[in-house]
Ligand binder design. Structure first.
Ligand SMILES: Cc1ncc(COP(=O)(O)O)c(C=O)c1O
Length: 382
């Protein structure tokens, strides 16, 4: 049996998404920039997808820009904000995805600005007072703080961050890749400058995403080329991807409440079963329902073995999960997120991440297997 509990890495395509993509592939191959009928038809399809996404997010279609995914969208927001807004100071957290951290670090090395890292506690929660302190001491700042952490699942209160940023006239970018399609984002209410989405995290296709740019922000393109995306992103559009992404987001919003309840139930069930089976189990990051993304559970296990071995054993049993260790020695560079929260180096950590397709029976199988691996290791080490 194959069990997939790595939905924060990527998700399976929804059959309804496949259907609309195949239909477009068969019938609409034109280039949306062409002015003839074949092109115009596809242009209409792309603009319809943009409108769908904008409506779901309570934004204007003119604020949605299609990209090759979350990484490009994050890069576009960061690189262009720093260049175009005269930014001298940036703030981020040590828990950000590398799409954000490596981009900011590279720009800092080029001495484009000063980078400050906001502190986080041992649970991975942002220190909002420190954020405010950093903002108060610096002029015109760019802030990048993710909505949900992809390894721990911790949720940042983006409403609170946006209020703080507005008070100090800072630009606020949030990597919302892990929450897009899982929580409603109402951009008519949130004072935010940039958010990002990546279709393959919500049962859409890989290689396509988008950047929301609040209409008040005028930035230059990251990728120069043709006049696509209203001169903001050169390159022929990934039409099939865009169509699939809009459909996937539509489904995600349509079924959001039901899936939220169902997946939270799976996560709670796994927490309870793990505690029963392995009393010494711990969890990295927040697990409280209102402070933690319901699709992610990061488990710290009392096994003596290395992370790689544990994941390997799960893989052999047909279970796909992912993990990072806090370790930073040798070839295993480990997880910067676990290191930032001082996770116990002697315990392997596994991230299980869920979706609507998972079942309690799968959780039972996985918990039994994890227990078996830990018990076996205990015997060997005795
Ligand atoms: C929080 C976060 N940001 C950005 C990305 C990058 O998205 P993409 O794979 O579409 O480039 C990911 C994907 O793992 C992610 O989890």
């Amino acid at each position: 049996m194959q069990i997939y509990l790595d939905n924060a890495a990527t998700t399976a395509l929804d059959p309804e998404v496949i259907a609309v993509m195949v239909d477009t592939m068969k019938n609409d191959f034109g280039n949306p920039s062409s002015i003839h009928g074949h092109g115009r038809r596809v242009k209409t399809i792309v603009e319809k997808a943009r409108k769908t996404i904008a409506q779901l997010l309570h934004a204007s279609p003119a604020e949605i820009f299609f990209t090759s995914g979350g990484t490009e969208a994050d890069n576009m927001a960061i690189v262009r904000s720093i260049a175009d807004f005269g930014i001298t100071h940036a703030i981020t957290s040590p828990l950000e995805h590398h799409a954000v951290l490596h981009t900011l670090e590279a720009l800092e090395k080029e001495e484009k600005f000063t980078l400050n890292i906001v502190s986080v506690d041992e649970k991975g929660d942002i220190n909002y007072a420190h954020l405010e302190e950093l903002l108060a001491n610096n002029p015109r700042t760019f802030v990048s703080l993710m909505h949900a952490n992809n390894e721990l699942g911790n949720l940042t209160d983006v409403g609170r961050v946006s209020e703080i940023c507005a008070r100090y006239d800072a630009i606020f970018h949030s990597d919302t890749v892990q929450t897009m399609g899982h929580y409603p984002h109402d951009l008519s209410k949130l004072k935010i400058d940039f958010i990002t989405g990546s279709a393959h995290k919500f049962h859409g296709p890989k290689g396509v995403g988008f950047l929301y740019i609040n209409a008040r922000n005028k930035i230059k393109p990251l990728i120069y080329g043709g006049a696509q995306e209203r001169n903001m992103r050169g390159g022929t559009e990934n039409v099939y991807g865009i169509v699939g992404m809009a459909k996937a987001l539509e489904i995600a919003y349509r079924d959001m409440e039901e899936h939220h309840l169902y997946i939270q139930g799976l996560k709670d069930y796994m927490i309870a079963r793990l505690r029963e089976a392995i009393p010494e189990v711990r969890f990295n990051g927040q697990i409280e329902a209102d402070r933690s993304l319901y699709t992610v559970l990061n488990v710290s296990l009392p096994c003596s073995d290395m992370n790689d071995m544990l994941l390997f054993n799960l893989d052999i049993a047909g279970i796909s999960a992912s993990g990072g260790s806090a370790c930073s020695s040798g070839s295993d560079i480990g997880s910067h997120v676990l290191r930032a929260i001082d996770a116990d180096n002697d315990r392997p950590s596994v991230r299980f991440s869920f979706c609507k397709n998972n079942t309690k029976e799968e959780i039972d199988t996985v918990v039994a297997k994890v227990k078996e691996i830990c018990d076996k290791e205990e015997k060997i080490s005795l």
